[in-house]
Structure formats: structure tokens, C-alpha cells
Design a binder for this molecule. Structure first.
Ligand SMILES: [Zn+2]
Ligand SMILES: [Zn+2]
Length: 574
């Protein structure tokens, strides 16, 4: 499949056009085309052969022609031309916190800077402070940005940043005179990785709030201090911007700073059609402000219902909203269980008793204990004789505990030939079998895909854990043919996991949406090896929401009894 490569070229074209200062609509067309292709569950080359490219959302004859060109030549003449105009390495600069496309353009045009080393040198020689729109502070910030860029390449996993943002909001609510406070940006949309923390507040004493911000223990240094906007760098290296907004602009500002950019452009287009103007201060008809206090009000002014932040990506939500077809997204509090937790029986650190206590604290009513299977020696795989000890242990605890039920499960290795790591007569004794690949990542796409497919077809398997094997920032997905896997999962009624561990989030949002569209049951598991990791469960729910899932799509919304009967139903079909 060449989908990824085609999408990648479109993404780069969009970014290069942005640095060039090209028409925003043109830029967005490429961004959107890239998203569409990335989200495809069929081979773009197949679609081209069938002459169906033009029918894809956001792809007209022009872009269809460009896709064909990439498929044929491996590149795009426009892209090659842009690369001659603008060095590709400048795209990296966009990952430095204080640099946007406009500033990158200036650096390139005025100083001819084309790589990070030159950028660093120019800062140290104070050539940057003198540029229009820059200054001493910017120069200093770029230098620090370079260090961080090198360290982290810009983006952090949501699961690392969200708890920080929540903690800061709690402290400010408790210890400073804020009235409204919310985190905006990609954190609010729950994107799997984020660049910085955007916080909005209303307050009648903003200077006190800002002072408190600079005094926070979590803050490493103050980048810019002001009564309407303060920027700090946290000890973890991430930048946080806090903005004060007027109460009657609260909704407009929240919508504006939540994004995504593509979503906001669509909303602004709708406003224009109605003769309105939307910005971060409100919705205006001429000079008159007609809305802005709440987000609901802002959306209503352009004829839209409230759109949940997780799906504000211009992935079809505007169209759905206009037709009254927005999904009713699964709610965070509708998740009743965690489907993938390791205990001391394998490489987990917690006892079953500790897991029950933790689950009860988190308000869960069931937990599936899925320890590794026997062959996975490095991860303390459970030998057959211990399995029955574990089974008995769970039965005893379930008799005693009324609030939290444990489910006797196993995360069974899919061996390199596609067979499973326990014999069938043992698998039949295990109530919940979730199969996964942990070895042989270097196999071909066909081999890995076939391993997963044979597990999906196995009558005793219920689900596939972390289906693509990716680890954010550490490991790319292994080569698999996701469309084929979705097809088989749908055909056999098997579940796919949304692994909620913050570095996995696998399935991701795009694959989750594709699975939902095929009515594949989805199941969220934290894969906790340490007890506190069960707290990552909402990250999985966030992925489900970004994938447009409703309550009925997610098995974790079932009660213990309902889930147990789903498990039996899957096996009874054979
Ligand atoms: Zn695993
Ligand atoms: Zn696991």
C-alpha cells in the first residue's frame, strides 16, 4: 500500500506552502487530502485503478491527478519544485516552540538559514534579535527550543502532558482568583501527542493568577510575563501559555484556541455564508457582537450543534453536524471495566487483591486479568499449572468481592507461524483470550498480517491486543495490512483492542474510526503492569471518541454479566 507515502508528500507540500506564505485554502486542501488518504482503509492504488479517487472527500480532479502522478513517479512535480524553493529541513523548525511558518520564512529569506546548526549559530551571533518581528527574548527562546528539539523532537505523548495540565488547573483553581479555567489546544482534542499546553482563564484579578503561575513548583522558567498572556517552560521541558480572556468572549476564545485549525476554518466559512465574522473575541455581524460567551452559542450562531473537541478535525464532523448526524460519543463515565491488566502471575507488579482495590477506587466494576502466556519467558509468561491456581484465586475473590469482578483472561502470544501459545484445551478454560504479537516484528507484511488473521479466525480467541505494535516515539507499527485485518475481524465478530497505555494508544484514532465503520467491537485495555497505570483508561476512551465511537461500539460499557455473555457468544458461533 502506498497510502502513507502519498499522504506524507501532501503533508509536506502543505507545510512548505505554509512557509512560503501561500493561500490558506490551498494549504488546507493538501492537509485535508493527506488526512483523507491516511484514513483510507483501502489501497489508494486500487482506487486509482477503479477511477474512484475523485469520489473521495476533499479530492477533486486536480488532487486525483496529483495522486496518480505520485503513484506513477513516486513523487510530485509541485513537491520537487517547492523543495528547490524551500529546503525541506525547514519543516523541522516548525517543531521548535517559538517558531511558526511566518518566522521560519523570515529566517530563511533574510539570513538564509537552512538547518538547525545555522539557526543555533545565528542566535549565538545575535543576528536573529535584529530581525523584524523577533527580539532578544525570541532569540533566547529559539536557543532553548533547539536544545529541547534535539532532546524530544517536539511532540510529547498526551498521557505525559495531560496529567500535568490537570494538576496545574487544580492548583490555580484552588490557590488563585480564577473564575473560568480550561485547557485548550490539542490537549483538549486529546490528540495522541501534543506540542504545548494552552490554558485559558477569566479573572477579575488576572495579575494575581499570572503571578501564581510563575511561582508554581512545576515551572522551570518564565519565558514572557504579561497580564493578558504569560508563557512559562515547565520542568519537563514543555511550554505552557496562559491567556486571560473577557468573560463574554470565553466561548469564542475556547473554540478558537481548541482548534483544530482545519475545523475552525470550516466554521468560519459557514459564518461568512451567513454574513458573520468569527474570531477569538466573538461572533460579529458588522460591528455588533452577537455571540461569544459560550461555545454552544458560537456554534449555534452558524447553525451547528455543539461539536465535542475530540472530533474537531475536519474529518466530516461539520457535514455530520449540518445533517443532524453527529455521533453521540461514548462518555468517559460509561466505561465500566479495564480489559487488559497484568498481575503478579506474569510480569505485573500488583496482586489480584491490589487490583480490586484500585479498580474500586476508580469506580470500575470489572477488570480482565490478562497475563502473558507460557512462551513469553522474558515477561514471566504463566505456565499451564499456574493458570489453574490463578483461575481458582479469581473465583474465590469474585465470591467475596461484590463491587469489582475479575475476569480470568490471558494475553496469548501469537507465535511466528500464527499458532497460539497455549493448546486449545487450555485456551477453552480461559474465559477471555486476547491474542497479541510480541515477537518476530521483522517479518514481512504478509507474514505478520497472516499471523493476526489466523488468530482472529481461531474459535477460542476473542480479541487482538495492540494490533499494530507501535510505541509512540519509539517504535513504528510493524508491517501489517490493516484493511485485511479489519475485514476478518468484522467477518468473525472479533474485537480489536484500543490499548490505553499512553505510549501505545493502539489502535489509533484513524484505525479506530475505520473499525467502527465496519461495526467491529472495540475493547479498551490499559495493559497496566503497575497498578497506577489503570488510570490511563480514559486515554483509551479519548481515542474511541476521536474515532467517533458511541457507547454501543465499546465493549467496556457492558456490565460484568453482559461482557461475560458476550465472551460466550463469540465462542458459541463456532
Ligand atoms: Zn502485549
Ligand atoms: Zn499486555
Amino acid at each position: 500500500m502506498k497510502n502513507k507515502e502519498v499522504a506524507e508528500i501532501f503533508n509536506k507540500v502543505a507545510a512548505l506552502l505554509e512557509i512560503k506564505g501561500d493561500n490558506p485554502y490551498r494549504i488546507r486542501a493538501y492537509q485535508k487530502a493527506a488526512q483523507t488518504i491516511e484514513a483510507l482503509t483501502t489501497d489508494v492504488e486500487e482506487l486509482a485503478k477503479q477511477g474512484k479517487l475523485e469520489k473521495l472527500p476533499g479530492i477533486g480532479p486536480d488532487l486525483a491527478g496529483k495522486i496518480k502522478e505520485i503513484l506513477k513517479t513516486g513523487t510530485l512535480s509541485l513537491y520537487e519544485e517547492l523543495k528547490k524553493e524551500i529546503p525541506l529541513v525547514l519543516l523541522d523548525f516548525l517543531e521548535i516552540p517559538s517558531l511558526g511558518p511566518k518566522k521560519v520564512k523570515v529566517l530563511y529569506e533574510k539570513l538564509g538559514i537552512t538547518n538547525i546548526e545555522e539557526l543555533e549559530k545565528a542566535c549565538k551571533e545575535h543576528k536573529i534579535a535584529k530581525l523584524p518581528g523577533f527580539g532578544w527574548k525570541t532569540e533566547e527562546n529559539i536557543l532553548k527550543g533547539i536544545v529541547l528539539f534535539r532532546e524530544k523532537r517536539g511532540r510529547r505523548p498526551l498521557g505525559e502532558v495531560l496529567p500535568l495540565a490537570e494538576e496545574i488547573m487544580e492548583i490555580l483553581k484552588r490557590e488563585s482568583p480564577v473564575e473560568n479555567i480550561a485547557v485548550a489546544g490539542s490537549i483538549r482534542r486529546k490528540k495522541e501527542t501534543v506540542k504545548d499546553i494552552d490554558v485559558l482563564i477569566t479573572s477579575i484579578q488576572p495579575e494575581k493568577v499570572m503571578k501564581k503561575v510563575t511561582e508554581l513548583f512545576l515551572v522551570e522558567e518564565v519565558i514572557a510575563f504579561g497580564e493578558t498572556k504569560t508563557s512559562v517552560r515547565l520542568k519537563t521541558g514543555i511550554q505552557m501559555d496562559i491567556r486571560v480572556v473577557e468573560p463574554d468572549s470565553w466561548g469564542a476564545a475556547l473554540a478558537y484556541f481548541t482548534g483544530s485549525k482545519a475545523h475552525n476554518i470550516r466554521v468560519r466559512e459557514l459564518a461568512l455564508e451567513k454574513g458573520l465574522k468569527i474570531n477569538e473575541y466573538g461572533v460579529f455581524r458588522g460591528e455588533e457582537k452577537i455571540a461569544g460567551k459560550t461555545e454552544e452559542e458560537v456554534y449555534a450562531s452558524v447553525g451547528l450543534p455543539f461539536i465535542p473537541p475530540e472530533i474537531r478535525e475536519d474529518w466530516g464532523e461539520i457535514e455530520a453536524a449540518l445533517q443532524g448526524k453527529l455521533p453521540k460519543l461514548v462518555e468517559y463515565n460509561e466505561i465500566l471495566g479495564d480489559a487488559h491488566v497484568h498481575s503478579k502471575y506474569s510480569d505485573g507488579t500488583a496482586s489480584l487483591e491490589e487490583i480490586i482495590t484500585k479498580a474500586e477506587k476508580l469506580g470500575l466494576s470489572w477488570v480482565a486479568i490478562c497475563d502473558h502466556s507460557q512462551g513469553l519467558k522474558v515477561a514471566g509468561g504463566v505456565p499451564v499449572e499456574d493458570l489453574f491456581k490463578k483461575k481458582k484465586h479469581i473465583e474465590e475473590l469474585n465470591k467475596r468481592s461484590s463491587k469489582v469482578k475479575l475476569i480470568f483472561g490471558a494475553e496469548v502470544d501469537i507465535l511466528s507461524d500464527g499458532t497460539l501459545d497455549y493448546p486449545d484445551e487450555i485456551l477453552a478454560e480461559i474465559d477471555f483470550v486476547i491474542a497479541a504479537i510480541h515477537t518476530g516484528f521483522q517479518q514481512t507484511e504478509e507474514q505478520i498480517t497472516n499471523r493476526i488473521i489466523s488468530a482472529l479466525k481461531h474459535p477460542l480467541v476473542h480479541a487482538i491486543a495492540h494490533p499494530t505494535g507501535r510505541v509512540i516515539g519509539e517504535r513504528e507499527p510493524y508491517a501489517i495490512n490493516m484493511p485485511k485485518i479489519l475485514e476478518v475481524a468484522a467477518q468473525y465478530g472479533k474485537a480489536l483492542e484500543i490499548n490505553a497505555y499512553y505510549k501505545r494508544l493502539d489502535l489509533n484514532d484513524v484505525n479506530t474510526r475505520a473499525a467502527k465503520e465496519k461495526s467491529i467491537p472495540l475493547i479498551i485495555g490499559t495493559d497496566a503492569h503497575f497498578i497506577d497505570q489503570i488510570e490511563y483508561l480514559p486515554l483509551g476512551t479519548a481515542v474511541a471518541r476521536r474515532g467517533w465511537c458511541e457507547k454501543k461500539d465499546i465493549l467496556n460499557t457492558l456490565t460484568y454479566e453482559e461482557f461475560m455473555s458476550w465472551l460466550k457468544k463469540v465462542r458459541n458461533q463456532f
